[in-house]
Design a protein around this ligand. Structure first.
Ligand code: NAD
Length: 798
């Protein structure tokens, strides 16, 4: 089989989904042409142009940087069908109408390249039925590709084959969607609403029915069914409002129309309240009203009894919240046995979900793994229903569900399938085992797909019961302290994993990282700083320095800060490459750690910046030194007489305004990532790519940079910045303390009171960082900012 290459993708339909899918494709550097109908008036690309413009304003941002909207090629079906011939993948995302989709397929068929994959993003139509109008030669290359909204952020993509889809086509697509697009693929059967929406929306319907039965209001239900239950924080009704009640009703209608023989059919009836809201046009967030309504600053809730909006914000009972903090087995037992109606409600919806997935497993998916991952990745649950059931004690929970079915308390009288009580699942204590996950259709445990793409994931997300090795217990351990584990998987690349809360850099972390560099130099090709969770490092741990500050004051902090700075330089000048594998937050000290590494491998969703001014401080772990050095490097790369100040301005402004990049692409624009750094779309491939970088750098004869002096902008640079800052202060745009902080930042990045062009060392600039950082610690306005942040978590403006 020759390698499937995607040189270009066509997206058909520039609506909510199509435009955002196109945006995400340019985020991950896949060339894309976006089609829509020709506009009736004005330029023929009018509809697409408007959609592309809209991408720049949409929140959450579909694009890593808004200017990348220009990379989306615009097209319409009247003038540009020829462009399809160059596309290796065509994703159809037009309005959800079978007849319109079929028309379009007929129209594009003559222009589809002989090898191209054609895939529909439909949420509810049968993929097999859609394939039926296609010419015979396209049918084997047609399947479903179901993205979730918003596609940049939702990890799930469901792939659905038809009886005529060639198996390698869907394998190729799975590999592309995983590595290049960065998504988690779940294979779904071609049943109504596929897996996530089927199970998820059935769950929301069940929740609405039970909420009514137990007389609970929408705010209480959302508090109970959000974070506290390990689900998406928006709970149930707010999720419906965000999705749009019309969209939800559409998904429900697919079930009503196509699932007449489903034992849960009666639960698919549109609830009266929902129908009423839709009739009124209260379609949720986009309409300003739904189950909730924003009135001024207040969020009011719908009162089911009167249909009026009333004051909301009621929370779950404390006793129930406490039950939800218990381990799974105790939690479910307590909920079931409690007489509290909220607890009874929660037991009921959990029971309903176990009942539902057990009854439907044989039809909707190949194994239980697909259902659990679909609920994690498509609905934001921490655990899928099967995992939770298994974690809580399979047999006991099964007995309780059965008892409720027998007592007529459940939403359907369908019995649990026999495999729940006898055979391999019962013996294993659940559907996930070391041999794979249960396939109800085939009556056996089936292992995960063996596609080569998954060899890039050393630690894919794992399910309860699979017995997967935890990353921080894997490999060969070389060193460990309370906050850092230093280990290796392959004997070539050493890994340092920070396990402290938010991976804050304390003296213990510094010790661990120094140790890692030492071991890497002695025995390995290089070092990767990587942790399995969703944060690189949120900064330096200021609280850990509190005891020193209390006893010795700011003076006591200077030597501690110097240790941090020395660690940064140790990493930069290590004899082996140190690579930062970044994901999530890399703020303050975390950002400084990353920029001192030889290279950065960053997940697309990396949030990077020097945020110290928010707490009244300046970057003091080498961040400003980095900005000064980079400016000198950039200036010298061009014209020998280039003005360093011109290259300094952006770096200065980013630090002085605590600007945080909201994607790896933006981090590159802000100068925290370099062109030579690597951006990785899939979070689970980060360690693989970072390790590959270490090996490639080592094998290419890596040498650390030579220590060198570099020129700074000096006192004239400081004077220029200060003049502008003074204007801003006098105009009331920044406070006196902001002015002070920005002046100190200017002082460091310009190299202090020296002539323009004077040569300095990193150590010299770091000493300036220390001097100003420590002076600020004693400044009352800074202390106010720090206290404010510690107490409220919000920056104080003073
Ligand atoms: P939308 O209404 O925002 O956009 C539909 C696009 O189709 C519009 O740009 C419109 O110009 C175009 N269009 C309309 N009639 C057409 C025709 N006859 N021929 C060609 N183009 C036509 O819709 P959307 O929400 O982006 O949904 C698109 C597809 O994605 C649907 O199949 C939907 O089920 C699916 N989907 C939607 C979501 C979601 O949350 N919105 C999520 C996953 C999948």
């Amino acid at each position: 089989m020759s390698r499937f290459q995607v040189r270009k993708v066509a997206v058909l339909g520039a609506g909510v989904m199509g435009a955002q899918i196109a945006a995400h494709l340019v985020n991950v550097k896949v060339p894309v042409v976006l089609f829509d109908l020709p506009a009736k008036e004005g330029p023929k690309n009018g509809i697409v142009t408007k959609a592309v413009e809209g991408l720049k304003k949409l929140k959450p941002a579909p694009l890593g940087v808004p200017e990348n909207a220009a990379l989306i090629q615009q097209a319409n079906y009247e003038e540009h069908l020829e462009l399809l011939k160059d596309c290796d993948l065509i994703i159809e995302a037009i309005a959800e109408r079978m007849d319109w989709k079929l028309d379009l397929y007929t129209k594009i068929a003559p222009f589809v390249a002989p090898h191209a994959i054609v895939a529909s993003n439909t949420s509810g139509l049968s993929i097999t039925k859609l394939s039926e109008v296609l010419p015979e030669e396209i049918k084997p290359r047609f399947c479903g590709i179901h993205f979730f909204n918003p596609p940049r952020y939702m990890y799930l993509v469901e792939l659905i084959n038809t009886p005529t889809t060639r198996p390698e086509v869907i394998d190729q697509l799975e590999s592309f969607v995983t590595t290049a697009v960065g998504k988690g693929v779940v294979r779904a059967n071609d049943t109504p609403n596929f897996v996530a929406n089927r199970v998820g929306i059935a769950g929301m319907m069940a929740t609405m029915i039970e909420a009514e039965k137990f007389g609970l209001s929408v705010d209480v239900v959302d508090d109970l069914t959000g974070k506290k239950l390990g689900r998406a924080s928006s709970g149930t009704f707010r999720t419906a409002d965000v999705v749009g009640l019309d969209t939800m009703a559409h998904v429900v209608k697919t079930m009503q129309d196509n699932l007449k023989d489903d034992p849960f059919y009666s639960t698919y009836a549109t609830p009266k309240v929902l129908a009423g809201l839709i009739e009124k046009g209260a379609l949720g967030q986009k309409a300003g009203a739904g189950f909730y309504k924003k009135v001024g600053k207040d969020i009011q809730r719908l009162d089911f009894a009167t249909g009026e909006y009333v004051a909301g914000g009621k929370k779950a009972d404390e006793i129930v919240a406490r039950m939800l903090k218990k381990p799974a087995a105790d939690r479910i037992k307590l909920l079931r046995e409690s007489t509290n109606p909220q607890a009874q409600f929660l037991w009921s919806i959990l029971r309903d979900s176990f009942h539902y997935v057990a009854v439907h497993l044989d039809t909707v998916a190949d194994t239980a793994r697909e259902i659990d991952f679909a609920m994690r990745w498509g609905f934001g649950s921490q655990q899928g229903p099967f995992e939770l059931w298994q974690a809580a004690g399979w047999k006991q929970v099964a007995e309780w569900v059965k008892a409720d079915i027998d007592a007529g308390k459940t939403l359907s009288s369908a019995p649990l399938p026999a495999w729940v009580f006898e055979g391999p699942v019962a013996e294993n204590g659940g559907v996930h085992s070391k041999d794979g996950s249960w396939s109800a259709a085939e009556g056996k445990f089936k292992p995960r797909a063996k596609l080569p793409v998954y060899e890039r994931q050393a630690f894919p997300e794992s399910l309860v019961g699979e017995g997967a090795v935890e990353p921080l217990k894997a490999g060969t351990e070389e060193f460990k302290n309370e906050e850092v584990r230093v280990w290796s998987l392959d004997g070539d690349v050493l890994i340092a994993s920070i396990s402290a809360k938010l991976h804050l850099i304390s003296p213990t972390v510094t010790e661990g990282l120094l140790k890692a560099v030492e071991i890497a130099e002695a025995k390995y090709k290089g070092l990767v700083i990587w942790s399995p969770d969703d944060v690189f490092s949120a900064g330096a741990n200021l609280e850990a320095l509190m005891p020193v500050f209390m006893t010795k004051g700011a003076k006591g902090i200077a030597p501690e800060e110097k240790k941090l700075q020395d660690m940064m330089l140790r990493i930069r000048y290590a004899n082996v490459p140190v690579v930062a594998a970044m994901r999530g937050l890399a703020l303050g000290g975390g950002c400084e750690l990353a920029v001192h590494c030889a290279r950065r491998v960053a997940h697309m969703e990396s949030y990077v910046g020097l945020v110290e001014v928010g707490v009244g401080l300046i970057p003091g772990g080498g961040g400003l030194t980095y900005i000064a050095r980079r400016a000198a490097e950039m200036a010298s790369a061009g014209n020998a007489n280039a003005d360093i100040f011109a290259f300094l301005k952006d770096g200065f402004t980013n630090a002085a305004t605590a600007k945080v990049a909201t994607s790896a692409l933006e981090a590159r624009k802000l100068g925290y990532l370099l062109d030579s750094d690597v951006i990785v779309p899939n979070k689970d491939e980060l360690l693989f790519v970072a390790s590959a970088q270490v090996k490639a750098m080592a094998d290419s004869g890596y040498r650390p940079p030579l220590k060198a002096t570099f020129p700074v902008a000096g006192r004239s640079g400081i004077a220029t910045v200060k003049a502008q800052l003074a204007n801003m202060r006098d105009g009331g745009f920044i406070s006196q303390h902001d002015f002070h902080l920005a002046s100190l930042i200017a002082d460091v990045v310009c190299g202090g009171e020296v002539e323009a062009g004077a040569l300095v060392t990193e150590e010299y600039l770091m000493a300036l960082e220390r001097k100003h950082f420590c002076s600020l610690l004693e400044h009352p306005k800074t202390q106010e900012r720090i206290m404010g942040m510690l107490q409220t978590g919000k920056p104080v403006r003073n």
